[in-house]
Design a protein around this ligand. Structure first.
Ligand code: FMN
Length: 338
């Protein structure tokens, strides 16, 4: 276990810069399979959120690894146009994990090979999604109830990527309260070739309610011979450090980083939030990137962020409200003074 930081980094240091001679648990080297990572603070996959522009935004503030949102293996295999868009990866985007969901070994294997061709540094299999439309196909968290199939899917994907990238799996603690399916299934996934396990220790039936039970994370970290990556309720440096100190190899931010990408730098550098000007500049930059990538669709996508930026103190109530009502990109630009 790495020791806690022994010095406060100097102000203004970028999130990516290590401090010579300081034993920093967030910057202790970490390997997932053969992939070497510089920072143990990641951005979790989030459907409808972790677009190219979003991933760039969190990376600017120090995310050591980001993930695409979950991508349908069927869509990738059958070359659905919309799905293939999700396989877009910028040259500045490494290291990047591509997350797949599916329940058919051949389809997942083919989709994983496509992810590698598209530039994935990690292929992650989603065995955590509790959404009905996913679970009823046998994918997502449903796989925790079928460990044989779950292990066979991992083996198929590991075979398909032929050692070019590590294969990881994201799981829940179980399907319903009191169920330890996550902890029971994880060793099978590792035996099948998973190079790391990400755990969101809520049960599938909890969805996103209640507190994440990181006692499960720590038990899993003690059980498994591979890195265990923790997700759930990480809202600042204290929460992130507690997870590393409890045995997690790395920590993922999710909801708390929405509208607050600088949380990465706050945690990594033990620093206060950047100035309001710097935060507003980030909002404008992110908005511009989203518009470039998504065109007219960006107006709807960005509506998820305005209330978050308001809560983070970057936008005032009137501006956030006006942005919610903005009908097109030109109106958004005007309101933000872009
Ligand atoms: C809107 C939303 C979308 C999500 N999409 C995904 C996803 O595509 N794949 C995945 O593995 N987890 C997904 N998650 C779960 C997050 O990655 C994370 O594990 C979870 O939100 C717990 O972290 P938090 O308590 O810090 O939010 C999603 C969560 C939310 C709220």
């Amino acid at each position: 276990m790495a020791a806690p930081p022994t010095a406060t980094p100097e102000p203004g240091r970028s999130a990516a810069e290590p401090v010579a001679g300081v034993c920093d648990p967030f910057r202790a080297p970490l390997c997932i399979g053969a992939l070497a990572l510089e920072r143990r603070l990641f951005m979790a996959p989030m459907a409808g959120i972790t677009s190219l522009a979003f991933r760039r935004s969190v990376r600017r503030w120090g995310a050591g690894l980001a993930f695409t949102e979950m991508i349908s293996a069927y869509g990738a295999h059958y070359r659905n146009r919309r799905t293939l868009d999700y396989l877009t990866c910028g040259p500045d985007e490494h290291p990047l994990g591509f997350q797949l969901f599916g329940a058919d070994a051949d389809v997942l294997a083919d989709a994983a090979a496509r992810c590698v061709e598209a530039g994935a540094d990690v292929v992650d299999l989603n065995m955590a999604c509790p959404v009905r439309k996913v679970v009823k196909t046998g994918a997502g968290a449903a796989l925790l109830g079928d460990p044989d199939r779950a292990a066979a899917l991992v083996a198929a994907v590991v075979g398909a990527v032929e050692g070019r990238v590590p294969v990881t799996v994201k799981i829940r603690s179980g399907l319903r309260e009191g169920d330890e399916a996550g902890r029971r299934t994880a060793p099978r996934l590792v035996a099948a070739g998973a190079a790391a396990v990400c755990i969101h220790p809520r049960t599938a039936s909890q969805l996103y309610r209640g507190r994440a039970d990181h006692a499960v994370t720590f038990a899993l970290a003690a059980d498994l011979p591979v890195p265990v990556i923790a997700s759930g309720d990480v809202d600042g440096r204290a929460a992130a450090l507690a997870l590393l100190q409890g045995g997690a190899a790395a920590v993922m931010l999710a909801r708390h980083a929405l509208g607050r990408p600088w949380l990465f730098a706050e945690i990594l550098n033990d620093a206060p939030p950047p100035s309001r000007e710097a935060r507003l500049a980030e909002v404008r930059r992110f908005t511009g990137d989203v518009m470039l990538d998504m065109g007219a669709r960006s107006v709807g996508y960005l509506r998820q962020f305005w209330p978050r930026y308001r809560r983070a103190g970057v936008l005032d109530k009137e501006l956030a409200h006006a942005l919610m009502l903005a009908p097109h990109t030109a109106a958004v630009r005007e309101l933000l003074g872009m």
